[in-house]
Design a binder for this molecule. Structure first.
Ligand SMILES: [Fe+2]
Length: 234
């Protein structure tokens, strides 16, 4: 059973371990010595952050960034960014990136043999409103192979980044789709220790978010602290 966005993310119990051998890259990048806490100095804490001026009116709509419409299943993804006790995190930058409907990123590193879509770049951003709400219009991303192991396929997902009050305050995670048969086979999702933590990364299909004759709707909240925190990537 999948939870809804309001039951979302925690940084303590559900943090994936640095080393999770089925997720092969962790064998290379997991720290081999104890971590050192670096003090935050003035430049880290007072560096520039995004504000309203940098966000374009269509930056949240990934289907309107080119001359034509992208191929794929049009959808709306919305939810709230919440602090502990359900307090909204207002005016914070939320960024997303994803594949096109065929499962290919518009990036030179992605060379797997699925077609690029000239009308889809796959990146968007917006600021949360007074209620901590974000909203994106996009198309459903496709699954893609990733060579982690034989016949390895990533489930459809959208990468999310949430900035805090400084550039060093940034959380990165992934949102998945309910009912995807690849979820059980994905070492990245399965590296999150608890079922509850994994479920917090799965959006809920929500009829109230859909727009009739236009787009499907998914709801997914990001909880930054406290019980129900959304698992994030280190
Ligand atoms: Fe990805």
């Amino acid at each position: 059973m999948h939870t809804t966005a309001t039951q979302a993310i925690s940084l303590t119990d559900d943090r994936p371990p640095y080393l999770y051998p089925p997720y092969r890259s962790t064998l290379i990048r997991a720290p081999k010595r104890p971590l050192i806490l670096l003090p935050h100095r003035l430049s880290e804490l007072t560096g520039p952050v995004f504000g309203d001026g940098q966000i374009g009116p269509l930056d949240h709509d990934l289907t309107r960034q080119h001359a034509g419409e992208p191929l794929g299943e049009r959808m709306i993804v919305t939810g709230r960014v919440l602090d502990s006790d359900g307090r909204p995190v207002r005016n914070t930058l939320v960024e997303v990136w994803q594949t096109n409907a065929a499962g290919r990123y518009a990036h030179r590193v992605d060379q797997h043999p699925a077609p690029l879509d000239p009308n889809f770049t796959g990146a968007g951003r917006c600021l949360t409103d007074h209620e901590g709400r974000y909203r994106f219009v996009t198309i459903k991303p496709g699954a893609y192979p990733w060579k982690n192991h034989t016949n390895a396929w990533r489930p459809a997902h959208i990468h999310f980044s949430v900035f805090g009050t400084a550039f060093i305050h940034r959380l990165v995670t992934q949102m998945y789709f309910p009912g995807d048969p690849l979820l059980a086979h994905d070492p990245i999702l399965q590296s999150i220790p608890s079922l509850a933590g994994r479920d917090r990364l799965v959006a809920a299909f929500d009829l109230s978010v859909t727009e009739p004759e236009w787009a499907l709707g998914y709801r997914w909240d990001i909880v930054l602290r406290g019980p129900g925190t959304t698992p994030v990537e280190d």
